[in-house]
Design a protein around this ligand. Sequence first.
Ligand code: FAD
Length: 286
Amino acid sequence: MVKAAITTPAATNPFIPFPFVVMSRRRETRDTVTLRLRPLRNVRLLAQPGQFMMLSVIGVGEVPISVSGLPRRPGELEHTIRAVGSVTRHLVALRPGDYIGVRGPFGTSWPLQLAHGQDVLLIAGGLGFAPLRSALLSILRERWRYRQVIALYGARSPTDLLYRRDLSRWQQRPDLVLRMTVDHPDQYWRGQVGVVPNLIRQVAAFFEPANTIAMICGPEIMMRFTIRELQKHGVPDEHIFLSLERNMQCAIGLCGHCQLGPFFLCKDGPVLPYSRLAPFSDIREF
Ligand SMILES: Cc1cc2nc3c(=O)[nH]c(=O)nc-3n(C[C@H](O)[C@H](O)[C@H](O)COP(=O)(O)OP(=O)(O)OC[C@H]3O[C@@H](n4cnc5c(N)ncnc54)[C@H](O)[C@@H]3O)c2cc1C
C-alpha cells in the first residue's frame, strides 16, 4: 500500500521541525562529516541545490545547513556539517539511527535553469563547496544542457579537501574542467598552491565571459576577490551569483537576524546575483 505523502511543516507551519533519522555518516575531514537523512514519515520534500534546511538537536538548538547532495529517494537529504560550535558539534557527533529535527527547505536556489546553454563556473572556498556540490551533481546529471562546466575549489590544506571520492571521479571526466588549490601544501600535494581567484586566469580560455553563469560560495574575502577577477574577465554582474551565510534563526524573513540592506537573506537569499548585492557590499559581513 502506498502511504499518502504529506507536506513538510514548511508548507503548513514552518516552525515545526519534522523528525528525520540519520541513515549514514561519512567523515570528510577532521571536523566535518556528511550525513544522509531520511524522513520518519512519507513527506513531500524537494530541496533545490542552494537551499538550506534548519537542523535541530533536541535540547541544544537549531542551525541553518545547506543541501550538499541530491536525494537518492524522495524526501532524503544530504548535508555536510563542520563542527564550529554547540549545535554543529552535536550534529557532527550523530550516528546512523539517531534522530534529528528538520525544517525547510528555505531560501533561494542556484540559477541552474538560467545556466542552460551557458558556460558554468562553480567557484568554492572551504566549506562553501557544500552548497555547490549539490549544484554540480545536478549539472552533471543533465550535462547536455550546459556548455563548458568548470569547477574551481580551494581549501586550506590537502587534508581539508571535502568529497575526495567525488573529486577523484570528477577529475577523470572529459566534460568537466576541475582545478583545485590549497593555501598550505603538504609533501604529497602535486596540485596548485594559492588562492582560488588565481585559478580563474588559468581557465579563462574555457569560458566565454558574456555567456557564463558563475556561482560562488566561500569565505567573504574569497568571494570579494573572486568577483573582482570575474569582472576583470568581463563576466556581467547579473551573471555572478553568490550564496551568503548569515546568522539565521526563523528562516522565513520574520526575525531580521539575517538582514542585509533590504534583503532578508533567509528568504531573498542565500543565493542572490551580485548585481542586486553590489550596492550593499560595504556592509560588514557581506
Ligand atoms: C544559509 C546557510 C547555510 C549554511 N550551510 C552550512 C553547511 O552546509 N554546513 C555547515 O557546516 N555550516 C553551514 N552554515 C553555517 C552554520 O549554520 C553555522 O556554523 C552554525 O549556525 C553554527 O552554530 P553552532 O551552534 O554550532 O555554533 P555557535 O556556538 O553559534 O557559533 C560558533 C562559531 O560559529 C560562528 N557562526 C555562527 N553562526 C554562523 C553562521 N551562520 N555562519 C558562519 N559562522 C557562524 C560563530 O560566529 C562562532 O564563531 C550555513 C549557514 C547559513 C546561514
